[in-house]
Structure formats: C-alpha cells, structure tokens
Design a protein around this ligand. Structure first.
Ligand code: ADP
Length: 743
C-alpha cells in the first residue's frame, strides 16, 4: 500500500474517530441534561414531602390533644354516671361475661350487710350461695339448693325474665337482668315492698267490696222476692175483693189497698231488676213490636196525672221512620215509662214532648232510633247531672224533696239501654226543663218504609189551631209530609179569619180566650161547613160539652200518626165538581165549590148520669167505654134536674145518695117536669143500699129500675140497649155506623 493511500486511510480513520467522538459528546450532554431535569424534579418532590410530613405532625398533635380532652370528658361522664348510680336507692350491678361482678352500687351491696366476699370480682354463683347461707333471702317453699339452681338457670338465659325475691325482713326486691352484646349483664334490684303491700291491701279491699256487693245484691233480690210473693197475694185478693159486693167506703179502701200494693210492686220490681242487672242475669227477649204504639200506651198511662196538672203530652214521631221493629218491647217500655214518668213527675206546667227520629238503613235492615223526652219542668242543677244516673241517687234540694221515688229509675234505664247496645244522655237547665234522650239500634221488622197514606180527594189545606207552638209545628210537619197545605193559628180569633182558605180545621181543646169547642161553635155560627176535628186530652169531657155537636170528631191527644191519617181519611172525599184537578195539593180550594160529604147518621143516644163520686164516675165511664153514646155527668141532684132540661137525655142513671139534692128528690122533680111537658124518660137508680124493701121506696119515687153497686157492666149495657129510642144510633151498633160518631 502506498503512502498516500496510507495517509488517506489514516485521514479517513481520524475523521471517523472525530465523528464518533462528536457523537459520544452529544450523547453525553443529552444524558447530562436529562440528569439535570431529574435532579430538579427530585428536588421538588423532596420539598413537597417535607411539607406533608410537617402537616401530619401538626395533625397528630391536634388529635392527641383532642383525645386527651375526650378522655377527660369520658372520665367525668363515668364519674358522674357512677355517682348517680350510687345515689339511687335501688340496687345496681354489672357483671362480665364470666359472671364476675364488675361494679355494684351501695344499695346493691347493702343487702349483703357489707360482707367482704361480695365485692367487685365476686362470681354470681357465690353471691347466690351467700344469700342462702347467710339467710338473707327467704326461699319460701324451695330448699336453698333448689332455689339457687332455679336462680342460676334463670341467670344463664339470654333474656332472663324479671323475678321478685323476698328477703328475710319482708322486703321485696324485683330483679331485672339484661344481658349486653359482649355477654355483660346489668342487674337491677328494685325495692317494690311498698307496691306489694299496697297491692295486698287493694286485693283485700276489692275482695271485701265484692263480697259486700254480692251480699247486697243477694239481699235485695231475696228481699224483693220475699216481699213480692205476699204483695201479689195482697194485690190479687184486693182485686178479687173489689169484685164482691162492697159498700162505697169498702170499695175505696180496697182500691187504696190495690193501688198502694201496685205502687209497691213497681218499686220492688225496680229493685229486683236492678239487682238482676247488677248480677248480669237480665236477658233481653227481642220480638217484633210497634214502637209508636208503645209510646202511646205509656202516654195513656201518664195522661191522668198529666191532665190533673194541666200538662200537654206531645208525640212527634218521624213520618219516614217505620214503627215496627224487633226489640225487647217490655224493656223499651220500661225505659220509656221511667223517662216519660219522670218528665211528667218533675213538670208542674207546660209540656212533655216525646220525639222519635231515626234513619233506616235498607242495607243492614237496622235503624239507629233516637228518642228524646223534653219537659218544661224543674230541671237539674249542672253539678247533679252525673249524680242522678247513680243508683238510689236523687237531686236533694227544696224543689225536689216533694217528689217520691226510689232513685233507681235512671240507673236501671241506663243499664237497660246499654244492654241494648245504646246510650242515654241528658241536657238540662235548672229551673227551665230537661231533655233526656236515648239511642238504640233496632232491627226493622218490616223493611218496607211506610207508604204515604192517600189523603181524601179534594183535601188540600188544613187549618191547625193550637196555642202551643211545639204542637203546631209537629202537626204542620206531619200534614205537610202528606202533601197538604197547612195554615197555623195560635188562637181561635185568628183561625176564624182563615176559614175560607181551608178544607179542614184541626183544633186543640184547651186554649186561652176561645177554646176548641167554642171555636167549633163560632165556625158553625159563621155559616162555614168546614169540618172541625178536636184534639183533646180528655175526650169524655169534651164529648159532653154542648159545643161537641159542631165537631166532626174528637181525637185523644197526642194523636198517633195512624189515627191522624185515618181521621183525615174519614173527612173525605171533599167534592169540588168544577175543579177536578187534585194534583196540586198546595193550591187553596175554591171555597164556594167545596162541600163536605158527611154521611147521614142518626144522632147519638144521650145519657145523663148523676154521680157525685169522682172515682165512681170513672168506673162508670170505664164500664160504658164501648158504648157509642153522648154522656154527661151531673155531680148532684140539682145539676141532674138542670141537665135533664138542657140536655134532654134518652136515659138517666141516678145515684141515690148525693149532696144538695138526693136521687129520689131529683127523680121526683124530673117526673113533675114531665107531667107538665109530657114524655117519660127512663130513670135507673144506682144504689149501694140494696136492702130488703128499699127497692119499694126507690120505685115509689118514680124510678123505673135500679142497679146495686158495685155496678156490673152487663147490667148497664142491658139498660142502655133497652132504653135506646128508634131514631138514634144504637150504642152498640156495628162499627161502620159508629165510626162516624163523636167521642
Ligand atoms: P226517682 O225518679 O225514682 O227519684 P230516677 O233514677 O228516675 O229516680 O231519677 C233520679 C233523680 O233524677 C230524680 O230523683 C230527680 O232528682 C232527677 N230527675 C230525673 N228526671 C228528671 C226530670 N225530667 N226533671 C228533673 N229532675 C229529674
């Protein structure tokens, strides 16, 4: 190889080496740069980490200080809790899961009389052992071993039942033990000695009270029964005695015995009922009955005492409520009699209003029937309202003292109503009046609601005359529900101004200024032919009044709905030939075209009875109650002679012994009047002196027949039939003709 070549090759080698050097230097500086960057990044990380470490340190210090505070608080709380536990008088202890005592308060330890063994660390089994060995616990019927066995078994349960143990000194401790999650047990020992003693006393008192109550009920039931048996004898015999020949005086005595006996029986029945209810032996006997009729029957019973006081008895029976229900009629009547009887008893003037409402539920076939009895009586002081429902409780004040009674009526009524699943209540204002009410669920015996009874053709407007607004309202509502137009007037004078607008007048009897009979007379005198129906609480009395001849009819107040409807029926039909359209009931009829078609009935037989004794008048009235006659009473011979002239009777019943003028004299007077004016009216003597030969004297005085007292119904009826003139309605004629009769 040439030198040049060698040089070239060397140069080429040197150049290559230089290039490689350059390359390596470039790589080295790149690596240096990278290293520099890494070092910088590492530096940053070190700074950050240092800052974080500083933070963590501060945080640690804060947490440590808070922990210290919390520990302090826990200690305080623990101290307080323990202090509290120490102060409670009941025992408190904690056991761990190995049944070793962790802590116990002073009360717990006191039971062990501060025995050294019983302290924290002691096992529960040892505690039981100490209790029996030291005689601290009274194990009763159980042997100490058995008792401990029983207690250990209980203790081991996951949720031991509380148990009461008795200590040697008759202190009672109720142990309540609760197991916690880690198996710890908190044990409470509550000292219940006082409660146990109290309970014992209560039990003894209750047993005593129950025994006394049983003895009382048994005594009442026995007494009532014992009294009732002889009383039935007394009343029964008095009744039989009353049917034998007695003098007037004897009759009075017998009646008194009977009435007093019956009054006593009512009281005894009350007491018997009450003790039966108390002993839960009273049972209801449901059967179909007519509620409205029951109310009217009670009204009839109370009517005489109400009439004596001048009280008005009113019934407002919801027109849309059926009257037949299934219930215990006897017991419902008993409640009604109690409440309505009280209302009459405690009311001196005004009215007693019985209101019946209820909404029938066709789905259940039941109605919640509400009956209220409102009176205008003495009322009940507010603080006595609760009191009066208690047994034998009465309002004791001046106003009340005059009334008798057992004080059992309301207590019985309340219990009877609650037996019927109902309720009783009262609202009252002292001195103003009371309203007693009760509500009972009753099954409807006939689920069909009463249809509207048809009113007679042409009867569109009725005039209601009554001074009592409650009564006007009741009648107005009942008549309006029948589709009739109603005009109400509070007095006769006002009524007379409306005669042309109505087809019928319903008037009350007793009203101030112009009474119902005077109104009928005035209507007649005015030339009006509008029929007048008199509503009275004393039909016999009203029928005997001369004004009665102007009446279309007389109805006993309060009028049951059915009777009111049938009275309305008997008015019609009212013919209005030129106005046949009866579809608009509220339209007043054209008065000139209205005629009342009253059947052509012969008048009633007029009978005069001279009798001074009120009871005998009543007996006489009762005996002829079935006879359709026009009856008047004279209270003595003089009155009999006067009435003979003004009343022109067809028959006279004449009592012999009467004040002012006796029967014989009166008969003589009558016969002498007849001698002058002609005629001969049969006179029948009623005498208690049926002695031998007496009849001769009586007959000699001009008397045709005589009846001896006690009077017999059949004899009186025979005399009535025999003396009835041809032209008058026979007293016992068939019902059709009698239906139109007055009275
Ligand atoms: P009695 O009527 O036999 O005394 P009750 O139990 O029926 O017994 O009534 C208790 C008391 O409630 C009555 O004595 C009376 O004081 C009072 N009382 C009851 N009903 C009425 C009433 N309608 N008005 C005023 N007081 C009444």
């Amino acid at each position: 190889m040439s030198l040049a070549n060698k040089l070239a090759e060397e140069r080429r080698g040197r150049l290559a080496a230089e290039r490689l050097l350059e390359l390596k230097q470039a790589e080295l500086s790149a690596a240096n740069r990278k290293l520099g960057r890494h070092a910088a990044a590492l530096q940053g990380e070190i700074v950050e980490t240092r800052a974080e470490v500083a933070n963590v340190r501060t945080e640690n210090e804060r947490v440590r200080s808070e922990l210290g505070q919390a520990n302090q608080k826990v200690e305080v709380a623990e101290r307080r809790l323990w202090h509290s536990v120490q102060t409670i008088t009941d025992g408190f202890a904690i056991f761990n899961s190995d049944n070793e005592m962790v802590a116990a308060n002073a009360s717990y330890l006191a039971v062990f009389d501060n025995l050294d063994v019983v302290r924290p660390g002691v096992n529960y089994i040892t505690i039981l052992q100490v209790l029996t060995d030291e005689g601290i616990v009274n194990t009763g019927n159980l042997a100490p071993d058995d008792w401990r066995q029983m207690m250990v078994e209980r203790w081991m349960q996951s949720a031991p039942e509380p148990i009461t143990i008795r200590l040697w000194n008759d202190q009672y401790i109720r142990l309540v033990d609760r197991r916690g999650q880690a198996g710890d047990i908190v044990s409470l020992g509550l000292n219940i000695t006082e409660s146990v003693e109290h309970e014992k006393q209560l039990k003894a008192a209750r047993a005593q009270a129950e025994a006394a109550s049983r003895a009382k009920s048994a005594f009442l039931a026995n007494m009532s029964h014992e009294i009732r048996t002889p009383m039935n004898g007394v009343v029964g015999m008095a009744e039989l005695l009353a049917d034998t020949g007695l003098s007037e005086e004897q009759q009075l005595y017998v009646d008194t015995i009977r009435n007093s006996g019956e009054a006593l029986l009512v009281i005894i029945n009350d007491v018997l009922d009450y003790s039966k209810i108390e002993a839960q032996k009273l049972q209801l006997h449901p059967e179909p009955f007519d509620l409205e009729r029951s109310i009217h029957e009670v009204i009839m019973l109370l009517q005489p005492s109400a009439r004596d006081k001048g009280l008005t008895l009113l019934v407002d029976y919801d027109l849309f409520l059926p009257t037949t229900f299934v219930g215990d009629p006897g017991r419902i009547r008993q409640v009604l009699t109690n409440l309505m009887g009280n209302a009459v008893k405690f009311t001196q003037d005004g009215h007693v209003l019985v209101r019946v409402i209820g909404v029938p539920d066709a789905d259940t076939g039941e109605a919640q029937v509400t009956i209220t009895i409102e009176d205008t009586g003495i009322g009940i002081p507010e603080d006595k309202i609760e009191h009066i429902f208690g047994e034998f409780n009465q309002v004791e004040n001046d106003r009340n003292r005059q009334f008798d009674g057992t004080g059992l009526g309301l207590a019985i009524s309340q219990r009877l109503v609650s037996l019927m699943k109902g309720e009783v209540w009262v609202t009252s204002e002292d001195g103003v009046g009371s309203c007693f009410g009760f509500r009972v669920p009753l099954t409807m015996s006939d689920e069909v609601l009463p249809a509207h009874p048809p009113v007679p053709d042409g009867l569109r407007r009725v005039l209601v005359v009554d001074d009592l607004s409650a009564n006007r309202l009741i009648l107005e509502r009942q008549l309006e529900q029948l589709g009739l137009g109603v005009i109400c007037c509070a007095n006769g004078a006002d009524a007379l101004r409306h005669l042309d607008e109505v087809d019928l007048v319903l008037t009350d009897h007793n009203m101030p200024e112009m009474d119902g009979l005077e109104l009928a007379e005035a209507i007649h005198a005015s030339g009006s032919t509008v029929p007048v129906l008199l509503l009275t609480s004393n039909p016999t009395f009203a029928a005997n009044d001369p004004g009665a001849q102007h009446l279309f009819g007389i109805a006993q107040k309060p009028v049951p709905r059915a009777e009111l409807f049938s009275r309305l029926q008997s008015v019609g039909p009212i013919v209005a030939p030129d106005a046949p359209d009866t579809a608009a009931p509220a339209e007043p009829p054209v008065v000139e075209e209205v005629q009342v078609q009253v059947p052509d009935t012969p008048r009633l037989m007029r009978v005069l009875a001279a009798e001074d004794n009120k009871t005998n008048q009543l007996v006489f009235t009762k005996m002829i109650k079935d006879a359709k006659i026009d009856l008047k009473f004279a209270a003595n011979g003089l009155e009999a002679v006067e009435l003979f002239q003004s009343f022109a009777p067809d028959l006279v019943f004449m009592d012999i012994s009467m004040p002012k003028m006796d029967g014989k004299q009166a008969t003589a007077e009558i016969r002498s009047i007849e001698a002058e004016h002609g005629g001969h009216v049969p006179i029948v003597a009623m005498t208690a002196h049926a002695m031998e030969g007496d009849d001769q004297g009586i007959l000699a005085a001009g008397i045709d027949h005589y009846l001896t007292k006690p009077l017999r119904k059949a004899e009186i009826h025979k005399r009535l039939s025999a003396a009835c003139p041809d032209a008058v309605t026979h007293p016992f004629a068939q019902k059709e003709s009698a239906d139109h009769a007055v009275g």
